[in-house]
Design a protein around this ligand. Structure first.
Ligand code: DGY
Length: 321
């Protein structure tokens, strides 16, 4: 490390271990209030620091990128997703951008499985009935759901998280299908069935789990036309990004029965989610907590710091985008 420590802005409260390591090696400006930062906040801070460790909640649009102070050299994201960053605009300004792949795959896959099970087995409704004191009957026809084990699961986006979901799904004896830009090497497929078209993959999706990044191409991937391709009564899970789903089309698909239930950890509008979803017991919702475990938060923070350390040693960080 050079004598004068580089200055780093941390706009959200990261794990204690991350903050301690950051404070050891850098001059840290921490937003202890843990509030959302505006474009103006980000631009103003760029004149005071050499680096930032933002989360997906801080938006680096083309407009923000154009207004950044040249002092800012690196944005070491504390996230794997980088749809909050206009990468081309940041590159044009000479700002290095990194992310935190790998380390959150297992935690996010766990949440995908939780959502899949909870949606399929009517967890919202069941919890509400018991919690409210309204559980007055039991019958073989009471709260019958859709069985996960032995069903077909389609994964769209077979990257690290998708592969972790496939690993877990195999434990339930699910038949795994996937659609991805490229077919995986045979050694990584573990029997998963590749579909070179989205249409083909959706046609067998008794359960559908989305794991692709939000880009111009994937925005609204699930819409009225693509929901129509699913088998009747499909269960849809999204732990990737809200933008992948046209939320009005999802409601229409739930109303028609094309989709029997959904499990969502992310929404078009965050924080907050879609208030219209609250009327549906068939939607099992969580507030974007896919990677929210102690171990994974530490690992994400350390990976972001590893990228910063490499950059300030004059190396290309391993997760440079
Ligand atoms: C990610 O890393 O992209 C998760 O959504 C949490 O930010």
């Amino acid at each position: 490390m050079a004598n004068a420590k580089p200055a780093v802005w941390i706009p959200r409260v990261l794990s204690q271990a991350t903050l301690e390591r950051a404070a050891r090696d850098y001059e840290v400006i921490l937003n202890e209030a843990d509030t959302l930062s505006s474009a103006e906040d980000i631009v103003a801070m760029s004149a005071r620091v050499d680096a930032m460790i933002p989360c997906h909640s801080e938006i680096f649009s083309a407009d923000v990128a154009a207004r950044l102070d040249p002092r800012l050299k690196i944005i070491a994201n504390h996230s794997v997703g980088v749809d909050h960053c206009d990468l081309a605009a940041l590159k044009a300004r000479g700002v290095t951008v990194t992310n935190t792949p790998d380390v959150l795959s297992d935690a996010t896959a766990e949440i995908a499985i939780l959502l899949m099970l909870g949606a399929a087995r009517r967890a919202v409704e069941g919890d509400r009935i018991v919690r409210s004191g309204g559980w007055s009957i039991w019958s073989p026809s009471f709260m019958v759901g859709k069985q996960v084990s032995g069903s077909r699961l389609t994964i769209v986006g077979m990257g690290r998280v998708g592969q972790a979901v496939a690993r877990n799904a195999r434990g339930f004896g699910m038949e795994v299908h996937y659609h991805n830009r490229r077919r995986l090497d045979a050694g990584k497929e573990h029997g998963a069935i590749f579909h070179d078209t989205l249409e083909g993959a959706l046609g067998v999706a008794d359960f559908l789990s989305l794991h692709c990044p939000a880009t111009a191409e994937t925005k609204g991937l699930m819409n009225a036309e693509t929901f129509a391709l699913l088998p009747d009564g499909a269960v849809v899970v999204n732990t990737a990004r809200g933008a992948l789903i046209d939320e009005d089309a999802l409601i229409a698909a739930l109303e028609s029965g094309k989709v029997s239930a959904a499990g969502l950890d992310c929404f078009v509008s965050e924080p907050g989610g879609n208030p219209a979803f609250a009327a549906y017991d068939t939607i099992f919702m969580l507030p974007h907590i896919g990677s929210a475990t102690v171990r994974t938060r530490d690992a994400m923070g350390f990976r972001a710091l590893d990228n910063l350390d490499a950059f300030f040693r004059g190396e290309v960080p391993r997760d440079s985008l």
